[in-house]
Design a protein around this ligand. Structure first.
Ligand code: MG
Length: 377
């Protein structure tokens, strides 16, 4: 492809953003750049390039075989970590465009937001956190940063993906939200947080219904679902149970996204924010209306009690944690079993951390396969 000359390219990308983005959006022209400076790309803006680097990373591909809440053995309807990520990116882009934010940055942040999940989701995270208690613990949000800053090896010039500092900063605020009080995350990062919540509140309930862990009447007794069903009832007279479920799911996403666009849009309109830096100094702006926040909280309590603590889910959790503990101890005793890339990092980060990094990168399936191959008599 014949690329336009540099000056024309910059003009094209920056002029497009000036036309389409609000002043409080993160404009590509104002990026703080990358840790390892690189020349601009002939026809892609910096955040578009970040998005592409994330999509082409191994950690991103592995999300397809990592569980969200339910494992592959339970069925094939429910979300994986990858499809959840796409749903978050989809909702986040909708919000970002409606609020005139930088969609490329929104998408890069959304696609990266769950990269650091180990096998078996939060069960795996808790197990690794216990294994690494003396080494500072394990958190999937922090691990995502380790992946994109060190562990991914795609380019000869530098370790990691060398993402824009705005993407790294957005991910860093997920690690420690309390650190984000003096300087809030960019609005693009706040939108991804909100979209994550819209996605998992809606889809975990859908998946649990489909797996038979819940019944529709039980969910319709939860106020958020009850209200959504009422709204659906105004439009449709008689729906089968399946049709009603699907209509309520659409309504839940549309309602939450519409509420965010209206509420945040109004705040931004009266906020008089002249730049992305102004937005960083303002209050946390991207949040649902108080009534909806309360309804979502009630649903989350219900999901915690009825889904995340369902005996079938707890059994998977126990098995996965026992397996990861055994594997961690096994590799720590036999570092010669580690692949060269992780064995080579032992001197730099310590044996236990390197074992943790290796295990964290595994998909659910690969962890089970390696467990059977190496640690099952
Ligand atoms: Mg998520």
């Amino acid at each position: 492809m014949n690329a336009p000359p540099n000056a024309a390219r910059d003009d094209m990308i920056l002029a497009r953003e000036r036309l389409l983005l609000a002043p409080y959006a993160m404009h590509s022209a104002d990026t703080a750049g990358r840790k390892h400076p690189e020349p601009p790309h002939p026809y892609r803006g910096p955040f578009q390039r970040d998005r592409d680097r994330i999509v082409h990373s191994a950690a991103y591909r592995r999300l397809s075989s990592k569980m969200q809440v339910f494992t592959g053995e339970m069925g094939d309807y429910h979300r994986t970590r990858l499809t959840h990520t796409h749903e978050v990116a989809s909702v986040a882009r909708t919000l970002g465009r409606a609020l005139k934010l930088n969609e490329d940055l929104v998408e890069a942040l959304a696609l990266a937001h769950d990269l650091g999940h180990p096998p078996f989701g939060h069960a795996g995270e808790d197990a690794l956190d216990e294994c690494l208690a003396d080494e500072g613990g394990f958190s999937h949000n922090r691990h995502a940063l380790r992946l994109v800053e060190e562990l991914e090896r795609r380019y000869p010039e530098f370790p990691g993906l060398n993402l824009s500092l705005e993407v790294l900063e957005g991910q860093a605020t997920r690690v420690d939200k309390s650190a984000a009080t003096a300087r809030r995350p960019l609005l693009e990062a706040q939108v991804v947080e909100a979209a994550d919540s819209v996605a998992y509140d809606t889809h975990d309930a859908d998946d649990a219904l489909e797996l038979g862990l819940l019944s529709l009447p039980e969910l319709l007794a939860v106020p958020l679902w009850c209200e959504a069903a009422k709204r659906v009832g105004v439009r449709y007279a008689a729906l089968s149970e399946k049709e009603l479920k699907r209509a309520v799911l659409h309504e839940l996403i549309d309602w939450q996204a519409g509420d965010l666009v209206a509420r945040v849009g109004a705040r931004l309109a009266e906020g008089d924010l002249a730049s992305a830096d102004d937005a960083r100094r303002a209050a946390w702006l991207v949040e649902a209306s108080p009534a909806l926040v309360e309804l979502k909280r009630e649903l989350e309590v219900f999901l915690r009690d009825r889904v995340y603590r369902h005996p079938n889910v707890l059994r998977v959790r126990r098995d996965a944690q026992a397996m990861l503990h055994e594997m961690f101890a096994g590799y720590a005793l036999r570092p010669d079993l580690l692949p060269a890339s992780f064995a080579g990092r032992v001197e730099k980060v310590g044996l236990r951390r390197s074992v943790g990094d290796y295990l964290a990168g595994m998909t659910d399936r690969y962890a089970q396969q390696e467990y059977r191959r190496l640690f099952t008599p």
